[in-house]
Design a protein around this ligand. Structure first.
Ligand code: GLU
Length: 521
């Protein structure tokens, strides 16, 4: 490789659906590699399939990349020296190259009808041989071609595939050998006048001076066609890196729907873009020192496509499908069903918890806002991301969160005014055994003292333990039930300083009255 050449990578989505995990990982690898090499990352929209490309999909892809923080240096909305960056706006450019290939007899017009081609395919199938176009119109005279053109017969343009052995030295997949005679003459311009994917991609990658083509391994089989086109057009062939397949927890290719889940669903399920980037970077790549929890800054420095592995990478976000091909959920555009299908012990959740814990608190608060905005049980004035009460609460509870959707219930807990006992179990801890004694002692001591910090509350509870002769569960559970109405939740020394003495006393009075224990004053 020419080391002095600028690294230029690109992400080239077709706007035919959501940005899903496979596409997002491709975008990320290209972005990170460009960043780590001090190069440029280009976004190009491949909308030559007129039937399947939609404006909605284009917008969703852009929104998804923006959410992930994958910024392009050149592309739609940003511009650059090699535009336009949307293929449907480049038809004139492709035509120029097509004319050249036709003139040099490296390509030819094919007047075969759809029915004729289907029949040839069927015949090959019946004979049990792979279908290769027979090159019927490869050697027509100029006069014959002109006559057909004049008659208005529709045509596509095919590349005259030279027969040779190609060895691709892929950065990730290693050396892969192809016999090009198995490809046959393939279409570079469709009968609607639009270029085929394999053709447009080469013209664009060449003109946009792409140095590294990083994409999913599914495209490896397209690479020989593309290399032949680079050679025919007289362009330098870029480096190729085909990233490993992403498989599910069952080791099989991601199910169609799971694989097609929109990246934005994870935003709506309370995952931070930092987490998702970190998670996706590990799908087929490992850091030099084996660390997995990496900041975006670190990733942008150390990511190297040469460290990618060719073995499949496991996307452990969804639970293993229950036997056979059965899917865990039926509707991957329904958030509740996606949440239901998720694996609680995934690496994504582990990274998410670490990110939520470690990230600058103001970023967490900002991302949290949409999740608390509509909650009636959280006071309006507290919802502002710069509110100090909210800040202290989130500082205290964030260690417990695997995603931001879990935060509102914890936060609401601090603002309960009409506390009620929530379960039989909680009521039991309060009423039975030494429960009433523990609660009574805690209440009495709290009245007398003025605890402020978590340490103060810990000390206070130890004293209650000494006096009542209780420790562990029989000490904490009655206090928890009396102050929260529940038998599980936040650690009490975290909750208590934020609630404050007065609220705690009121809560205990309410719950005690509910179960009929009298508190000595
Ligand atoms: N438009 C192609 C796709 O979305 C791009 C493939 C490539 O990166 O060459 O699959």
């Amino acid at each position: 490789m020419n080391q002095t050449k600028e690294v230029r990578t690109r992400f080239a989505p077709s706007p035919t659906g959501f940005l899903h995990v496979g596409g997002a990982r491709t975008a990320l690898f290209n972005y990170l590699y460009a960043r780590s090499q001090g190069g440029k990352f280009i976004l190009r929209i491949e909308d030559t399939d007129q039937n399947r490309s939609t404006e909605d999909s284009f917008k969703i892809i852009l929104e998804s990349l923006q959410w992930l923080g994958i910024q392009w240096d050149e592309g739609p909305g940003v511009g650059g020296d090699h535009g336009p960056y949307i293929q449907s706006e480049r038809l004139g450019i492709y035509k120029e190259y097509t004319d050249k290939l036709l003139k040099e007899k490296k390509a030819y017009r094919c007047f075969c009808t759809q029915e004729e081609l289907e029949a040839k395919k069927k015949q090959a199938e019946a004979m049990g041989v792979p279908y290769v176009y027979d090159g019927l119109h490869a050697n027509m005279s100029d006069e014959e071609v002109d006559a057909k053109l004049k008659a208005g017969i529709p045509y596509s343009i095919r590349f005259k595939t030279p027969s040779k052995t190609l060895i691709i030295d892929d950065i990730i997949q290693g050396k892969v050998k192809f016999e090009t005679k198995l490809i046959g003459d393939f279409i570079i311009v469709k009968s609607d006048g639009f270029p085929s994917y394999n053709y447009a991609v080469v013209v664009d990658d060449a003109l946009m001076k792409i140095s590294h083509v990083i994409r999913g391994v599914g495209h490896l089989s397209n690479t020989p066609r593309q290399i032949l086109l680079y050679e025919a057009l007289g362009y330098e062939v870029p480096e190729f890196a085909h990233a490993s397949e992403i498989v599910g927890m069952d080791g099989k290719k991601l199910s169609k729907r799971a694989g097609a889940t929109s990246i934005l669903a994870f935003r709506d399920l309370g995952y931070l873009p930092e987490t998702f980037r970190n998670y996706m970077a590990l799908l087929g790549w490992t850091s030099p020192d084996g660390r997995e929890f990496l900041t975006s800054g670190e990733l942008e420095t150390i990511f190297d496509v040469h460290r990618c592995s060719k073995s499949p990478s496991t996307f452990d976000v969804f639970k293993k499908p229950k036997g056979g091909d059965e899917e865990v959920v039926t509707n991957f555009s329904d958030l509740a069903q996606i949440a239901e299908a998720m694996n609680p012990k995934s690496k994504l959740n582990w990274l998410s918890n670490r990110t939520i814990r470690d990230l600058n608190i103001s970023k967490v608060l900002e991302a949290l806002f949409p999740f608390i905005r509509d909650r009636k049980d959280i006071p309006e004035e507290v919802k502002n991301p710069s509110n100090t009460t909210l800040t202290s609460i989130v500082e205290s509870v964030r260690v417990y969160l695997d995603n931001l959707t879990q935060a509102p219930d914890y936060i609401a807990e601090f603002f309960v005014t009409d506390l009620r006992i929530q379960s039989e179990e909680a009521a039991g801890f309060l009423k039975e055994g030494d429960g009433p004694k523990v609660v009574g002692e805690f209440y009495g001591m709290l009245k007398k003292e003025a605890p402020k910090t978590d340490e103060d509350y810990k000390n206070l509870m130890s004293k209650v333990g000494e006096i009542s002769g209780q420790k562990g569960k029989t000490l904490y559970m009655p206090i928890r039930a009396a102050t929260t109405g529940k038998s599980a939740g936040l650690e009490l020394p975290i909750l208590f300083p934020l609630l404050g003495k007065e609220k705690l006393l009121q809560r205990i009075e309410k719950t005690a009255a509910e179960v009929g224990i009298s508190l000595s004053s």
